[in-house]
Design a protein around this ligand. Structure first.
Ligand code: FDP
Length: 378
């Protein structure tokens, strides 16, 4: 991670970012972007005392103020996500005391045992978001079909897709778990959202992030490459997320990989050979694997690292879901200067065939992802 620009900086010229109205975005479609958005950033003046205490709300409001035409729906949605994250964080921290360890006994559409905390997180995020009038539909790993907005609430401009509690098989062990989310602006006109709003390339994403519930609770967010990737740590004493990871950047390459190597016999032999070569002590690589995607990718985003979940005999199309696992993490990692592919294609250019479609995933520092992609696509 390296400090590049002030975390509260924002682009003042291209008013066509995620906060802009749809008509403005249409008018700007096809125009050349203004030269180097980073060069035209407004840096608000503030004392270092305030800089240390930048809340998520303040960051969002100041970013939105750079877009006077914004209607505030995206900011409201992000605030509701943060609220749900605080509620889930509190419950995760006392899961053992609250009788929330263990499985419910039922299986979800993915054929995985649903944990009690999965259900709690799913309901909490749905309830926090559905009433706010900012989404027209939701998608959840825990729900077979898209989640409709109840009739008593109004529809908004966005679609929210989530894995409410990724890595939930780790809950009982106190390892890091998390909520991962993708936000699209709807393409359908009014009323409830449709599949066309979500079965589209990741390049259409307007914002994505995750909340990792670990030793602390950290919300990592990007509203696009021009805004970079910011991390906010929850201060449980005051119940606020504060900016703690300014402008997270990944170096070009790493010496750390994360994968479930017990599956190596099922992998493409070229991948096995590549991994074997890394084990030469002279290569200087380490392995770091939690077995919780959001925990592993968070670690790699902060410290550098390559995460791989290749196809296996059991999961020939990979295990991880495109819409709410691979897409949001690829969006963040690309915004931090890294890369993500399925071994051949850029993740953000995939178009999911269904809301729970899966993909292999190779994600992390750019040069390493490019190297493995070259090998696998040769
Ligand atoms: P989990 O089943 O615990 O929810 O996406 C699901 C996921 O965890 C990822 O978080 C994790 O990286 C992966 O599955 C682990 O899968 P393996 O057990 O096959 O390694």
């Amino acid at each position: 991670m390296c400090a590049r620009a002030h975390p509260l900086t924002f682009t003042i010229v291209p008013r066509v970012g995620p906060f802009a109205s749809r008509s403005r975005r249409r008018r700007h479609a096809g125009r050349r972007p203004h030269a180097s958005p980073r060069a035209s950033r407004y840096v608000p003046r503030m004392s270092s005392q305030f800089e240390e205490g930048t809340t998520l709300d303040r960051y969002l409001l100041e970013t939105m103020h750079a877009h006077p035409e914004a209607r505030g729906q995206l900011v409201t949605l992000l605030k509701q996500i943060a609220l749900a994250g605080k509620l889930v964080s509190a419950r995760v921290n006392r899961a053992g005391l609250a009788g929330m360890f263990g499985a419910t006994g039922s299986m979800n559409i993915q054929g995985e045992y649903v944990q009690k905390m999965d259900l709690y997180a799913n309901e909490t995020f749905k309830r926090a978001i559905e009433h706010a009038g900012v989404v027209c539909m939701m998608v959840s790993e825990e729900e077979d079909a898209p989640v409709a907005i109840p009739e008593r609430f109004s529809f908004g401009d966005y679609v929210f897709c989530m894995d409410p509690l990724d890595g939930s098989s780790n809950i009982d062990t106190n390892a890091s778990i998390g909520t991962i989310f993708t936000i699209f602006r709807r393409v359908s006109e009014g009323g409830p959202g449709t599949l066309a709003d979500v079965l589209r390339p990741g390049t259409d994403i307007v914002a994505a992030g995750y909340i990792v519930y670990g030793a602390g609770t950290v919300l990592v967010l990007s509203t696009g490459v021009e805004h970079g990737v910011q991390g906010f740590t929850l201060d449980p004493a005051v119940g606020e997320f504060f900016l703690s990871h300014h402008d997270i950047r990944l170096g070009d390459s790493t010496r750390s990989y994360s994968c479930n190597e017990a599956y190596a016999a099922q992998w493409d032999p070229r991948l096995r050979a590549w991994l074997d070569a890394l084990k030469d002590p002279k290569a200087g690589w380490s392995a770091r694997y939690i077995g919780s995607l959001v925990g592993d990718v968070h670690r790699n985003l902060v410290k550098g690292g390559l995460f791989l979940y290749p196809p296996t005999a059991k999961a020939p199309n990979g295990k991880l879901r495109i819409l709410y696992e691979a897409f949001p993490l690829a969006f963040l990692v690309e915004a931090a200067g890294g890369a993500a592919t399925d071994g051949r294609r850029r993740i953000l250019e995939l178009v999911p065939e269904g809301i729970h479609a899966r993909t292999p995933l190779f994600i992390g520092n750019r040069e390493d992802v490019e190297a493995i992609t070259r090998i696998l696509s040769a």
